[in-house]
Write a protein of this length. Structure first.
Length: 314
C-alpha cells in the first residue's frame, strides 16, 4: 500500500477503543425498530454510548417566504416532545439491549442538516438511518436527503433495511484502494465478531484491448491488484474468528456489487464515497445513490477524509 493508505489505516483503526457514540436518527411518530435495534447492537458490540436523535421537520411558511419575511418555524409544545421521547424509550426497552449509556434528544429543524451537524460536532462513530420497504431513496427515514447527511457528517453512515438479521456476520467492501474505501473496510471489519467474514471486492471496468503488449499490461495490472488486496488484508488488525477474503470482478460496479451481495447473502455492503470522484474510483455521488437504490442489504457509506482529517491521516 501507499504511505497515505497505510497511514489512514492506522489512523482509523486507532479509534477502535474510543468513546465516540453511535448516532441513531429516528423519524418522529414512525416505525424505526430496525434502525434502533441496529444502533443498539452496534453500541453494545463496540462498547459505546448510544445517542438517539429525532428531528421534527420545520417547514417554511409559503406566504412568509413569498413576501420575503423570515422563516417562522411551526410551534411544537413540550408535551409533544415528551411524547416522542416516551415512544423512543419504550421502543428502546422492547429491543432487549441493556446498554447503560443512552442519550435521547428530540429537536426541531432540518433533519438532514441537524443530524449531520450533530455527527460532525460530536465526531460520532457511525450514523444509523433507515430505509423503506422498497429500498428507494424516496423511502429513506429522512427522504432523499441521506446524501446530505453523508456530505455533512464526515462519519460513516449506515443505511439499514426494514429487517436486518443481527449480529452482522457477512460483510463485503467495494474496495478501490482509495482512503475512503480503506475507511469503509476498517469500519466494516470492526463490526464483525467471531465467525464473521469480510470480503474485499475490487471491480474493474472491462477494457477492450488488442495486441500482446496490451494483454501483458492487463495481466500485470490483475496481478498487482490481487497483491495489493492481499497486502491490505494482511494489514488489518487481527480479530479473533474473523476471516478476510478477496475477490476481483469485472463489470459495471453497481451491477456487479449488488448481484454479488445477493448471491452471497451479504448482510452489509460497505463503500467509500468521494466528493470529487476520479476516473478509477468506484463511488462518487451517482454510483452511491444508485447503490442505495438497489442494494437489498444494509449499506455503509464512508466519506473520504477531508481537511484536517486528511492531514491527520497523512
Amino acid at each position: 500500500m501507499t504511505h497515505a493508505a497505510d497511514s489512514v489505516l492506522s489512523y482509523y483503526t486507532a479509534d477502535e477503543g474510543g468513546t465516540y457514540a453511535i448516532l441513531a436518527a429516528l423519524k418522529p411518530n414512525a416505525t424505526n425498530e430496525a434502525v434502533l435495534e441496529t444502533a443498539q447492537w452496534l453500541a453494545e458490540h463496540e462498547r459505546r454510548e448510544l445517542h438517539i436523535v429525532s428531528v421534527i421537520e420545520t417547514v417554511p411558511l409559503i406566504s412568509s417566504v413569498a413576501a420575503g419575511a423570515p422563516t417562522i418555524p411551526p410551534f411544537h409544545d413540550e408535551e409533544e416532545r415528551r411524547a416522542i421521547k416516551r415512544d423512543i424509550r419504550a421502543a428502546y426497552a422492547r429491543t432487549g439491549y441493556a446498554g447503560p449509556r443512552v442519550r435521547i434528544d428530540v429537536l426541531e429543524g432540518s433533519a438532514p442538516s441537524t443530524i449531520a451537524d450533530i455527527a460532525r460536532e460530536h465526531e460520532v462513530r457511525i450514523v444509523v438511518v433507515g430505509r423503506g420497504t422498497r429500498g428507494r431513496l424516496s423511502h429513506l427515514v429522512y427522504g432523499d436527503h441521506v446524501m446530505d447527511i453523508i456530505r455533512g457528517s464526515r462519519s460513516p453512515v449506515l443505511v439499514v433495511p426494514p429487517s436486518l438479521s443481527l449480529p452482522i456476520e457477512r460483510a463485503m467492501v467495494a474496495f478501490d484502494f482509495s482512503l475512503a474505501s480503506i475507511r469503509a473496510a476498517v469500519t466494516a471489519h470492526e463490526m464483525l465478531g467471531p465467525g464473521g467474514r469480510l470480503t474485499l471486492v475490487h471491480v474493474a471496468t472491462p477494457r477492450r484491448v488488442t495486441g500482446k503488449r496490451s494483454e501483458w499490461w492487463l495481466r500485470t495490472m490483475e496481478r498487482r491488484t490481487r497483491e495489493t488486496l492481499a497486502e491490505f488484508a494482511r494489514a488489518l488488525p487481527p480479530r479473533a474468528g474473523v476471516a478476510v477474503e478477496m475477490e476481483k470482478l469485472h463489470g459495471e460496479p453497481v451491477d456487479v456489487l449488488t448481484a454479488y451481495s445477493q448471491a452471497n447473502a451479504m448482510q452489509l455492503l460497505a463503500c467509500g464515497w468521494h466528493e470529487h470522484a476520479l476516473l478509477e474510483r468506484m463511488f462518487g455521488e451517482s454510483n452511491t445513490v444508485e447503490l442505495l437504490h438497489r442494494a437489498q442489504c444494509a449499506v455503509l457509506v464512508a466519506p473520504e477524509p477531508r481537511g484536517g482529517d486528511r492531514d491527520a491521516a497523512s
